[in-house]
Design a protein around this ligand. Structure first.
Ligand SMILES: [Zn+2]
Length: 327
């Protein structure tokens, strides 16, 4: 692992970044300043079949390195529970067995490879080329179907002892509250995720079958978070109240992060960041109300700079930064 690219000439440093999702796998050739030179997206095999996922990632990397031979590093983000730095997926597909994803990929593509959680690579994208650029300490909260987190301390991803730090989604903000898929109750993820917005939207549509949420969806069982977003954009008071509720819980979680880490900024990333100030404004209000006085220092809570490509950009940049010579 040495200097792989001569910065005084030759091609720009770049790497293949791969974002493994539950439904699709996105991959691209990413430059050191976060640009995407080539991009491919394919359907993802079931996450229960990690060897099939690895085979698909291998095929994508081989195709992209054929098109861009100067990409000689690979970074991968996965939604599975992954150990750092081994890059092993723990309890792969619920089998009770670990799956050595990083080792297998390094063998199959013959390139230095890093494998990290999807939340960490998305966080790295924000830190290196998004809303947290220029900071030393930042926490990136990914709000999508679930809620994840990536923590940057003194310019490094903080991963904890084995890579599991940043499970912000399972901070309990409402004891004995709504059931979470982790088995606990009242987790941030159960109250402030896209899934929570869909669930609350369906409930609102049931309570008001003639309301805008129900009308936009066509039927109650077709209500999703997108429906609530569309209704809120059109000024529907009930939909806006659901965003206020979501933002309230998110702000509580962010306040805990602020108190624990005193970061320069907390960035809201993930699919729900697209909803902009509908989510951000109530979250800021709630965060400020629940954050102890910090000597007049106003905590910064901002929306992500990257959109859907954060995962693959961050994965590629993480590979470049991990294998680069010390700067
Ligand atoms: Zn939970």
């Amino acid at each position: 692992m040495g200097v792989l690219v001569d910065s005084r000439g030759g091609p720009p440093p770049c790497a293949v970044g791969v974002d493994i999702g539950r439904t699709k796998i996105a991959a691209g050739v990413v430059t050191g300043d976060g640009r995407i030179l080539e991009r491919r997206t394919v359907a993802a095999p079931s996450h229960l079949d990690q060897p099939a996922v690895a085979a698909q990632v291998t095929a994508l990397v081989k195709e992209l390195t054929y098109v861009c031979p100067e990409a000689r590093l690979v970074g991968v983000g996965t939604p599975e529970v992954v150990e750092w730095p081994s890059g092993s997926v723990l309890d792969a597909g619920g089998s009770g067995q670990n799956f050595a994803l990083r080792a297998l990929l390094e063998d199959s593509v013959s390139l230095p490879t890093v494998v990290d959680s999807d939340a960490n690579v998305a966080a790295w994208a924000e830190y290196r080329s998004g809303s947290a650029v220029g900071t030393r300490n930042a926490v990136i909260v990914t709000v999508g179907t679930g809620v994840g987190g990536g923590i940057v301390v003194d310019g490094q991803l903080y991963r904890g002892s084995a890579g599991f730090a940043g499970e912000i989604g399972h901070i309990v903000v409402q004891p004995a509250g709504v059931a979470c898929q982790c088995g606990n109750r009242g987790c941030l993820e159960a109250l402030a995720s896209g899934s929570a917005l869909s669930r609350n939207g369906r409930r609102a549509a049931e309570a008001d079958p003639d309301g805008m949420i129900a009308r936009l969806a066509g039927s109650i069982d077709r209500v999703t978070g997108e429906t609530v977003f569309a209704a809120a954009q059109q000024g529907d008071a009930r939909a806006r109240a659901l965003f206020d509720e979501l933002g309230h819980w998110l702000g509580l979680g962010v306040a805990a992060i602020m108190l624990l880490f005193d970061p320069d900024v907390v960035v809201i990333s993930g699919g729900l960041a697209r909803t902009g100030h509908l989510l951000l404004s109530p979250a800021v209000t709630s965060m400020q109300a629940n954050c102890a006085v910090r000597g007049g220092r106003v905590p910064r809570l901002e929306l992500a700079g990257h959109s859907a490509s954060a995962g693959l950009v961050g994965a590629g940049m993480l590979a470049l930064d991990t294998f680069a010579a010390p700067r």
